[in-house]
Write a new protein. Structure first.
Length: 149
């Protein structure tokens, strides 16, 4: 993963043997959350925005995004294994602490994970952090989940 510095310089902040997807800066800019393969499945990782070794947060998880206060992450559970993209179709929206602890499902287990539209993959927080929106089926109305319930 590369970072463009304020000087305009671009510098590598981490390496890995697999492609990195959907990076998301923490609200304070100190870490970057991203999706990368681990043990033939997708997983969520983070790394210091200054560079270093990535830290595995959650297996069978992808497309994470930090809450506005940086204390939680919303992500998708996935059955993606061994490069079979058809297995991405059984995903659900989950919530965990920013360190990956205490994961819990907050959306229906049948939510769809599009292979075409990245917006259907990536949950989106409301600015106040009380709700998470996602697209359960491509082209269908958005689903909004109250985080507290």
């Amino acid at each position: 993963m590369w970072k463009k510095c304020s000087t305009g310089e671009v510098r590598r902040i981490t390496t890995g043997e697999h492609p990195i997807h959907t990076p998301d800066f923490s609200p304070d800019g100190g870490t970057v959350l991203f999706t990368m393969q681990h043990n033939d499945a997708l997983a969520l990782w983070n790394v210091s925005s200054q560079g270093g070794d990535p830290v595995l947060l959650l297996d069978r998880a992808a497309f994470g995004t930090y809450s506005p206060d940086g204390r939680s992450i919303a992500f998708r559970r996935t059955d993606f294994v061994d490069g079979d993209y058809s297995q991405m179709s059984n995903g659900s929206v989950w919530l965990a602490s920013a360190s990956g602890g205490n994961p819990r499902r907050i959306g229906p287990s049948t939510a769809w994970m599009s292979q075409i539209s990245s917006s259907a993959l990536w949950p989106a927080w409301s600015p106040d952090g009380t709700r998470i929106a996602n697209e359960p089926l491509m082209g269908r109305p958005l689903r909004v989940v109250d985080v507290s319930t």
